[in-house]
Design a protein around this ligand. Structure first.
Ligand code: XCC
Ligand code: SF4
Length: 629
């Protein structure tokens, strides 16, 4: 039966997206929304988390029998166990993604120390010394490379099995660590917790849903305070601290007369080199010889966020904009590393002159051009990539180019260090603002898009609703582009905030929504919560703070959500994970975790209702701290 396609304006809140969805339809490019429609309705068993494929006596699926009793899998596993196992593996997947990214940065630092990465340097020696000292490494009077070598060893050690507690547990308030020890969720080693989750969920191992879920929390904590934190800290050390600067966002950052290269994925190791090559006068001259006015690097997703924070490159778009960026017809190359890169981008690129270039051996795409990126030859390979883009420029069909909007300004690149600097070297002004209620609370909104929602409607809606209530928003991952597009990332955006937050924003000349980096950089958020809790002499769960991921989609987002909750930060999500087939697991996520960690999940698909509920809790937390509501 022929049905009319959903009007593009119902799929997204943005003009640039709407126009490009329409162009994609004209150009015959399939997008995420088309495929979402084809996949709807989804399999009920899978949605409920009640399918198990963990062994070859199955696959099994669990339904409720006529007498109300739950069926069991061939091995005897019930629905609770199956849901918990599936969820545990989901969290392990997300933690593995972030943490393997972190490991890659340790390897880069190691190559720098060994003199095998000539194109990379240690940009922030001060941070190297500071982080090393935190991990108990002697720094006084020692050579930079000697300290870095010890830091490499300390970080690698956190991935293994020889430790009882991760190095960065030193950043966690003592009361919180006591909780972790009591419930045996103190993360011991990143790889260990992930491997143990795979083990526990093998047939015939951990057959108690609560036990499996507690280990899921431990696995997530190993991500947040381990793999992700290492990723963030080493990225700062190698590439420099994010510092606030002015940039631009939306598809308008793609330039009609330039060689446009979009960097996509998560790890800055490749994209930093591509950016450096694109800024090389010799490469620019080549681009000009090819008829372009220069080389323009734009960001997508979290690799974009990494470069946005440190180098101020403009952001072309977030997760659901990635295919649409290609549809502009003006993109010469998309250079990717890993994670959140839709496989469909290969097909989208093939509809235009766009080169789709993969760089990580562990993230190869059939039909892509693969450059096996190596830190020993990074600059040379980056130039090859830029050369390919310049060559592609000659093949561009200008008649198919449509850049739908003009770019919007955004101030980006905050970090805990940058925040501290702005506050004059002490957190006191922030604490005072929280105490006197100018800032009533802090919410970290974690990126992602999901075609289950009108694109960015929840992300932007929630951010606006919160700042109106004098709640400061920290943005990481894909919401950053959305908040930027909505005008929330310039100081003037505070006109949309409540009077208290407005006052603080004008005093510090900051936006009401602060760009805190990529999704790995949520480690900055938990670290900040640890610092504030320690300063107030309370636990993290006593603070008027929340995490939120209204449009989440990925395994990584759930790992972030769970490490926040286990750290004492409640988390709002717009859709439930695939756990609702188990009442036990669902109750635990929504309520039971409160008794263990002092925080739990809130599933609320309507941002206005979510903001209200979050505010209620913020009020209660403020009351308990003896602060005005
Ligand atoms: Fe991916 Fe990080 Fe989510 Fe965006 S926000 S869709 S995980 S790119 Ni992290
Ligand atoms: Fe079925 Fe049990 Fe095997 Fe899962 S582990 S597929 S429930 S028999």
């Amino acid at each position: 039966m022929f049905t009319k396609p959903t009007p593009a304006k119902d799929l997204t809140i943005w003009e640039d997206a709407e126009k490009m969805i329409e162009k994609a339809r004209r150009d015959g490019v399939e997008t995420v929304w088309d495929r979402f429609e084809q996949q709807t309705p989804g399999c009920k068993f899978c949605e409920l988390g009640l399918t198990c494929k963990n062994c070859n006596m199955g696959p099994c699926r669990i339904s409720i029998k006529e007498n109300g009793k739950m069926q069991r899998g061939v091995c005897g596993a019930d629905g609770d166990v199956i849901v918990a196992r599936n969820f545990g593996r989901f969290v392990a997947g997300g933690s593995a993604g972030h943490s393997d990214h972190g490991r890659d940065l340790i390897e880069v630092l190691e190559a720098i120390v060994e003199g095998e990465a000539p194109d990379y340097t240690i940009t922030d020696v001060e941070k190297l010394q500071r982080v090393a000292a935190e991990l108990g490494i002697a720094t006084e009077g020692r050579e930079v490379m000697a300290i870095a070598g010890d830091l490499v060893d300390a970080c690698f050690a956190d991935f293994g099995s020889r430790k009882k507690e991760l190095g960065f547990a030193s950043r966690v308030p003592e009361v919180r660590k006591e909780i972790w020890r009591k419930y045996k969720v103190m993360p011991r080693g990143v790889d260990r917790e992930i491997a143990e989750m795979m083990h526990r969920t093998h047939m015939g191992c951990d057959n108690d849903a609560v036990s499996t879920l507690l280990h899921a929390a431990r696995t997530a904590l190993a991500d947040g305070w381990g793999g992700s934190m290492i990723g963030t800290e080493l990225s700062d050390i190698i590439f420099g601290l994010p510092t606030p600067s002015k940039s631009q966002v939306n598809l308008g950052v793609i330039k009609e007369s330039s060689v446009n290269i979009l960097v996509h994925g998560h790890n800055p190791v490749v994209s930093e080199m591509v950016l450096a090559a694109a800024r090389d006068p010799e490469m620019i001259a080549k681009a000009q010889a090819a008829g372009a006015d220069g080389i323009n690097i734009g960001g997508l997703c979290c690799t974009g966020n990494e470069l946005l924070g440190r180098q101020g490159i403009p952001m072309a778009g977030n997760h659901l904009m990635t295919e649409l960026a290609i549809v502009t017809g003006a993109v010469e190359a998309v250079v990717v590393d890993y994670q959140c890169i839709m496989p469909s981008m290969v097909q989208a690129a093939a509809c235009y002159h766009t080169k789709f270039i993969t760089t990580a051996d562990k993230a190869q795409f059939t039909g892509a051009i693969h450059i096996s990126f190596n830190t020993a030859t990074a600059a040379k390979q980056a130039r090859e990539i830029v050369d390919m883009a310049i060559e592609a420029y000659a093949e561009r069909d200008q008649s198919r180019v449509e850049i739908p909007v003009a770019p919007v300004d955004a101030v980006t690149g905050f970090s805990n260090e940058a925040l501290l600097n702005m506050l004059g070297g002490t957190l006191d002004p922030l604490l005072d603002a929280i105490k006197d209620g100018s800032i009533r609370g802090v919410v970290a909104i974690v990126g992602c898009n999901n075609p289950k929602f009108q694109h960015d409607s929840q992300n932007v809606g929630l951010a606006k609703e919160l700042i109106k209530r004098d709640i400061l928003v920290l943005a990481t991952g894909c919401i950053t582009t959305a908040a930027g597009k909505a005008g929330l990332m310039v100081p003037e955006g505070s006109e949309m905030a409540g009077t208290g937050l407005q006052k603080i924003c004008s005093a510090l000349n900051i936006p009401p929504v602060l760009h805190f980096g990529s999704c790995v950089d949520n480690s900055r958020v938990i670290q900040l919560c640890g610092i504030i809790a320690n300063a107030l002499g309370v636990d993290i769960s006593d603070l008027p703070v929340w995490g939120a991921s209204p449009e989440w989609y990925s395994e990584k987002a759930v790992a972030i959500g769970l490490y926040c909750v286990a750290s004492g930060i409640p988390v709002q999500i717009g859709t439930p994970p695939q756990i609702t087939g188990s009442k036990l697991v669902t109750d635990l996520a929504l309520n039971g975790l409160e008794d263990v960690f002092g925080a739990s999940f809130l599933v609320e698909p309507d941002y206005a209702v979510a903001a209200e509920k979050m505010d209620e809790r913020i009020k209660a937390k403020r009351r308990a701290l003896g602060l005005s509501e």
